[in-house]
Design a protein around this ligand. Structure first.
Ligand SMILES: [Zn+2]
Length: 434
């Protein structure tokens, strides 16, 4: 890690309001961490900064914290001590395997607070408890025969949550719920404005879940949530300008980090990258237009061409790569992969020109296209950078699976804690839904 990354983290924590999400709050809403004039505000800001760094790096020594924050050693010791008392971080035994110098005490996120992460999809409801540091504790994928209604999501999550809470140790508690929705979410009150693949319109999911669980609930678009996970833990942690594209069952979603901030637009709906025009005479899209990226490049077509059933979609990448490696991929599958890669490259060229990112992160089934046709995507991205080396853009792959969405959903629920650790825990003592 470098000092630059730490500085960016400090800057991001200064602006917790930039994220595109909304929250039904169970208590008074704490303000974000800002550097204030009095001692208490400074302490709160510093606690927030140190907890944020331990959370996103998942393991740091006191010396690294000193270097990353610019605070002196004794201040770091006091702050870490306070976070240990709150149960938010642990000071671990020194690593004796360290070869040079005195072994350092490593500070890691504590297990005492958890977030409940929820991600409804067209054929399942994904639910997991997530600890600080983005550690997924016990993921559950509850399959549904049809896209779930919001009432079904509330019932499924309630039942799973009841079972999870019953088996939690006494010193662990759930602070809140973060929901990643494959659709448009009103950033003010968490209403799902529309989620076409789920058949939802104007659904007050955050309110319904909060009433059922007695916990504060935040909702946001799944791609924005995934981008947030990339910015905190993933490939995007070291850069301040990236474009994240995720291809899933519900289409292609995206998120943009620009100048260290997630782009949200005037009303919170920026970054609908799946609706980037890639073919003027293309297929009809769920948005009412034609030729959008997500109408042209679909997981469904890849499943059909490779003979993988939808309920085994997690095996799609391994199956297709195996077919190509063994030389047994059908001609229709080869043609499809080439066509999808070319259409994706059209979208990437537009995005690079418009947003000037230093990194493009591809997740979900888009990983397959990047693995099988890397030169098509690379050429498109570099053709878009008009000034050569100065506009160098790299393409990286998000980790396999849906985890960035679950980890990012949990980030929604941890937002207040990370902004003001001591206050969030004191106001959270008796959670009640509005
Ligand atoms: Zn569209």
């Amino acid at each position: 890690m470098d000092v630059g990354a730490g500085t960016r983290d400090l800057l991001r924590r200064d602006r917790p309001d930039v994220e595109s999400n909304s929250k039904i709050l169970a208590g008074p809403r704490p303000n974000g961490a800002t550097l204030g004039s009095n001692r208490d505000t400074t302490r709160q800001h510093n606690l927030s900064t140190v907890l944020g760094l331990v959370h996103s790096h998942t393991e740091l020594s006191r010396a690294e914290l000193t270097r990353l924050t610019g605070l002196n050693r004794s201040t770091i010791a006091v702050l870490v001590g306070e976070l240990v008392q709150l149960g938010l971080v642990l000071e671990n035994e020194p690593d004796q395997r360290q070869q040079h110098g005195r072994p350092s005490i490593m500070i890691t996120p504590g297990p005492s607070v958890l977030a409940l992460a929820v991600n409804p999809d067209i054929d399942a409801v994904n639910v997991a408890l997530v600890a600080l540091g983005g550690r997924i504790v016990n993921p559950v994928r509850f399959h549904t025969v049809a896209p779930p209604s919001t009432a079904e999501v509330v019932n499924i999550v309630s039942a799973i949550y009841t079972g999870m809470v019953a088996s939690l140790p006494k010193d662990q508690r759930v602070l809140g719920v973060g929901v990643a929705v494959p659709g448009l979410v009103d950033p003010v009150d968490g209403t799902v404005i529309e989620a076409p693949q789920l058949g939802w319109q104007e659904q007050r999911l955050a309110t319904q879940l909060s009433e059922a669980l007695g916990l504060p609930v935040s909702c946001a678009n799944d791609a924005i949530v995934g981008a947030r996970a990339q910015a905190t833990f993933g490939a995007g942690r070291e850069v301040s300008d990236f474009v994240y594209l995720f291809g899933g069952a519900s289409g292609i979603a995206g998120g943009i980090l620009s100048g260290g901030q997630l782009l949200r637009g005037a009303t919170g709906f920026a970054g609908q990258l799946g609706h980037t025009l890639v073919r003027t005479d293309g297929a009809s899209c769920s948005c009412g237009s034609t030729g959008c990226l997500e109408a042209e490049v679909t997981r469904e077509e890849l499943l059909q061409a490779s003979g993988v059933p939808a309920d085994l979609a997690e095996e799609l990448e391994a199956t297709i790569l195996e077919l190509f490696e063994s030389g047994t991929a059908s001609e229709s599958l080869r043609d499809l992969v080439t066509r999808q890669s070319q259409l994706l490259s059209v979208a990437l060229r537009t995005l690079v020109r418009q947003l000037n990112p230093s990194l493009i992160i591809l997740g979900g089934f888009l990983r397959i296209l990047a693995k099988l046709c890397p030169s098509v995507l690379d050429e498109a991205v570099h053709a878009a950078g008009a000034r050569g080396e100065r506009e160098h853009v790299t393409i990286e792959l998000a980790p396999l699976g849906e985890d960035p969405v679950i980890v990012g959903a949990a980030e929604l629920a941890f937002e207040d804690l990370l902004a003001n650790p001591a206050r969030a825990l004191s106001t959270d003592a008796t959670p009640t839904a509005d």
